[in-house]
Write a new protein. Sequence first.
Length: 402
Amino acid sequence: MPVSGDTLLRMIHAASFEPPEAPRVVGIDDWAWRKGQRYGTIICDLERNRVLDLLPDRNADTVASWLEGHPGIEVIARDRAGVYAEGARRGAPDATQVADRWHLLQNLGEALRLAVGRHRKAVSAAGKAMASEMAGNDDARPEPPVETSPKLDCLRRSRRKQRSELYAEILDLREAGRSPRQIAPRIGMNVRTVERWLAAGGEPEHRRPPARSVLMDPFREYLEKCLQEGQRNGLQLWTEIKRRGFKGSRATVYRWVAARKARPPLVAPQSPWRLPSRRNCAWLLSEDPTSLEAQTERFLHHLHENAPELSIAGELARRFAALIRGDDDAGLEQWIADATNSELASLAAGIGRDIEAVRAAITQPWSTSPVEGQINRLKTIKRQMYGRSGYPLLRSRLLAAA
């Protein structure tokens, strides 16, 4: 039976989406109407992994009102946002609030980055000390270029010849009185390309600079050492540096290994010291010192000499990360006391204000990870209807899909 679009919309809006069973464990997170400007709230049943409701804003009053209308909720997993903590306290005062572990580690990383930023001069001084220390250890000769294959050289010559023939044809048409706009469709080129070739007086030479991945920089020394020891399996190398914090893909490591296989070994394979970014420096401070490379250890030694506060912050960061990744909250209060007068004082104060939720994050299995997955689904639906609907239809479609 044919049905109009208006009828379908009317049926969707009239449908009831109440859950068949009262939820016991819920997760709350925000989603963006427009990133950085306007946000809503999504609430999910963590036991059944389904969306319970979509709220139009990110206010404590709205969250509290929803929770009051759904008695029986025992656990509320949320991020560190104060509005959700306040809404949960007012709407479900007897429920256990659980701070999300990923957000806690994110807060830790941001606190460390801010600490490093406050000691920029010390980081720079440590970098200069490393540079002067390595001044006499430069490579005995520069790296030779990667050898190209005969097949690749043949392909390049063929393309260069095609470009030369095209340019000759452009010149012939130009001498015949044709304009660039008339020449372009005849030879299948863009008019701007024709104008650029004529202005340059010849076809361009495509010289692509050698590819270089910044992601590989912190791991080059370790990878070079592995290659010298005969370890040339790209998958195994990627697995090892992934454990050390590498965020890139396997293909990046495969390309890097292939390029090293194609060139002769260096007399002294040692790259010049590159000062780590603020993010990388914070990451190094939080890493286990026993897993670091020799150069990195020396850099951190110089950094700790110039800024002992960062050494303390790194040790505190490792302790806090171990607490969050474990299941024993016995050392949490002592950590807060130790961090109160450190570079992580602001983080410690925030943890102290939310200590019960942080304690629950350590001892309970709940988190907002399933909510993040539902937010990704929400984004897909929102983009399908972009500019053609509002909150009521978006909510109805999401709940109908759940």
